[in-house]
Write a protein that binds this ligand. Structure first.
Ligand code: MG
Length: 498
């Protein structure tokens, strides 16, 4: 009985903290989707205040006392997981002065603003001093958590607490060894591959109708979700209310389709988390690599499959009869899977070159944080690495080291989770394929068994299992590059006849 009471107190406390966090993320959603440009000053101040308040609640002595009491008690498996997760956050947060949390929040909000202008004007030097401040603050933050370990590793663990950075580094290195060979073969392939199925004139309004129809067919729950437009597509929310965003390129409808399917995958994960555990670790998703595996599984393994285009092309033809008049599912399949070995932009990259873009960011971010590289060297190092890994130099910094928002937000250690998402997605593809006939389900638009599989194996567990264990239970293996590499070889081998 006593134990039950202590545990309930812990749950009440963590729910308060989560509610503040969710309120803060709705403010962030609003900032990116609805807020007038001039609102930034006030919004930075509101969000910084909420971050500070969240931090204060998380480091209260009383929370520590509850955790200590519970750590000595007999708990069941789920309660143990709840205590493990809160304990980790509590101990980490206790090491950070509230003042520093607020400083970081404020500094990054304004740095993002400077980043936007710098990218627009292709002016790295106007951004550099602000980025330098962010890096100094993040280094300080890492030192508070653990001054004896590599700073970048400490930051990495904010995004991926339960996958070793060595594992991730090993996977990235394996991709670096294997992918360029495949990419080169593709570049030299003489196969005739359709490239233009999605190019044409597609008014945003009509695209909006199509993507709404699409997520509806995939099984998005509009009772608990919305889809809106933003410059950079993203997903935020919880099991009761999840917001996904997309964007429209009026010259290419393929982009909004793939990016919407991607965000749908994120959204489905949120919405399938158990409602009864809202606001507690059993109702939280696992971290970024797993989240990204969900979006990439839907985007790449479903949305870029031939069966998907057999299923979806008739819908497109219904809305855009002229544009898709002479186009076949095979054309769509080829067009959506093109490999661009001369594309400088990460978010436009194909499934293969993508990981070289990530590797470069992993290496540069690490050197910046660990002090092995100065901010002013960034453009030069960036361009050299692009040349080494992809064989060309970006024409300017806007298309080079200024393209991503992440470092301006202070998100160092984040990028590799994207690649890990692809690796885990390929593992899921193989695992789910041994349970259900995936292609047949996709072709018939029967996504229910797929959603069910993902819910049973991944979504419903929240943070009950640590990341590697969750993946092992779902797919039979810990995170590895092997499934992705054989998937890539097979799929692109067929398309490019190599
Ligand atoms: Mg994503």
């Amino acid at each position: 009985m006593q134990q039950n009471k202590t545990y309930q107190k812990l749950i009440t406390k963590i729910k308060k903290i989560s509610n503040l966090g969710y309120a803060n993320s709705i403010l962030s959603w609003d900032q990116q989707v609805m807020m007038p440009e001039g609102g930034i000053e006030a919004r930075s101040s509101q969000r910084s205040f909420l971050s500070g308040l969240t931090h204060e609640l998380l480091i209260e002595d009383e929370l520590g006392e509850l955790l200590e009491k519970l750590n000595k008690k007999n708990l069941d498996e789920e309660e143990k997981a709840v205590v493990r997760e809160i304990d980790r956050d509590y101990k980490r947060a206790r090491k950070i002065p509230t003042e520093l949390t607020e400083k970081i929040s404020k500094q990054t909000s304004t740095t993002v603003d400077f980043w936007k202008k710098a990218r627009q004007n292709n002016n790295f030097s106007s951004f550099a001093p602000h980025l330098k401040k962010v890096i100094e603050l993040k280094r300080k933050y890492a030192n508070y958590i653990d001054p004896d370990r590599e700073s970048y590793k400490v930051l990495f663990e904010d995004y991926e607490p339960y996958i070793n950075m060595e594992t991730v580094e090993g996977i990235l290195k394996k991709l670096k060894r294997k992918l360029p060979k495949l990419i080169n073969k593709i570049a030299n392939s003489s196969a005739s591959v359709e490239e233009n199925s999605f190019k044409g004139n597609f008014p945003s309004k009509k695209q909006e109708e199509i993507v709404k129809k699409l997520v509806n067919k995939l099984g998005f729950d509009f009772q608990h979700g919305r889809i809106d437009t933003s410059t950079h597509p993203f997903t935020t929310g919880n099991q009761y209310d999840t917001r996904i965003t997309t964007r429209y390129n009026e010259k290419n409808i393929g982009e909004s389709i793939t990016s919407t399917i991607h965000e749908f995958g994120h959204g489905l994960y949120n919405l399938n988390l158990p409602k009864k555990h809202y606001g507690t670790p059993l109702g939280f998703s696992r971290e970024l690599s797993v989240h990204e595996s969900q979006s990439r599984f839907w985007e790449n393994h479903i949305g870029r499959s031939k069966s998907f285009w057999k299923f979806f092309l008739p819908t497109l033809k219904g809305r855009f009869p002229e544009q898709f008049k002479n186009i076949s599912p095979q054309d769509c399949f080829e067009s959506i899977n093109q490999v661009y070995d001369n594309n400088p932009i990460r978010v436009d990259a194909d499934e293969l070159t993508y990981h070289l873009h990530i590797l470069l960011r992993f290496e540069i971010g690490r050197d910046l944080i660990n002090g092995k590289m100065k901010v002013k060297e960034l453009p030069h190092v960036w361009n050299n690495k692009m040349e080494e890994y992809l064989g060309f130099r970006p024409e300017n910094d806007a298309k080079g080291c200024l393209q991503d928002i992440h470092w301006a937000w202070g998100n160092f250690g984040y990028f590799s989770t994207y690649s890990m998402g692809s690796m885990i997605a390929a593992q899921i593809h193989d695992a789910i394929s041994s349970d259900i006939s995936l292609d047949e389900k996709i072709e018939n638009g029967n996504f229910k068994p797929i959603r069910k599989w993902l819910k049973e194996k991944i979504h419903k567990h929240g943070q009950k299992y640590k990341t590697e264990e969750l993946i092992k239970r779902a797919t039979g293996e810990k995170p590895t590059a092997d499934h992705f590499l054989s998937y890539a070889k097979e799929k692109y081998g067929k398309i490019y006849e190599i």
